[in-house]
Design a protein around this ligand. Structure first.
Ligand code: ZN
Length: 116
């Protein structure tokens, strides 16, 4: 993509990059209002170090700009299971019936105690 094609994403807060940036990405640190209207203060980063950046001719004429998609966040979940004492099968999604559960694999009846 040309720079003008990724500019809206940059202004929306996304990170952009192209091949010659060798894994680094550019993002907006802030917008400054001044006598010229507005100026975007850019930074370049490789995930460990962030420094100020100004686009140069290589950047402006690169035709392989791309938008770095955000890495989605997921919440950790805890799944309860018990290990059957007879066959060692891991039983997920079991249901308790007066504290007694039944092994899905071998039918062993077990009393489940509070989790470790
Ligand atoms: Zn079992």
């Amino acid at each position: 993509m040309k720079f003008y094609e990724v500019q809206p994403a940059l202004e929306a807060g996304k990170k952009i990059t192209h091949h010659n940036l060798r894994g680094k990405f550019i993002s907006i640190e802030k917008e400054e209002a001044n006598i010229f209207g507005k100026t975007l203060v850019l930074t370049i980063s490789d995930y460990s170090r962030v420094i100020g950046y100004s686009l140069d001719m290589v950047d402006l004429f690169a035709d392989d700009w791309k938008i770095i998609e955000d890495i989605k966040e997921v919440k950790l979940r805890v799944t309860e299971y018990f290990i059957c004492p007879s066959c060692q099968h891991k039983n997920f999604g079991f249901h308790l019936d007066n504290g007694i559960s039944i092994c899905d694999k071998c039918g062993q009846r077990v009393r489940t105690l509070p989790r470790l």
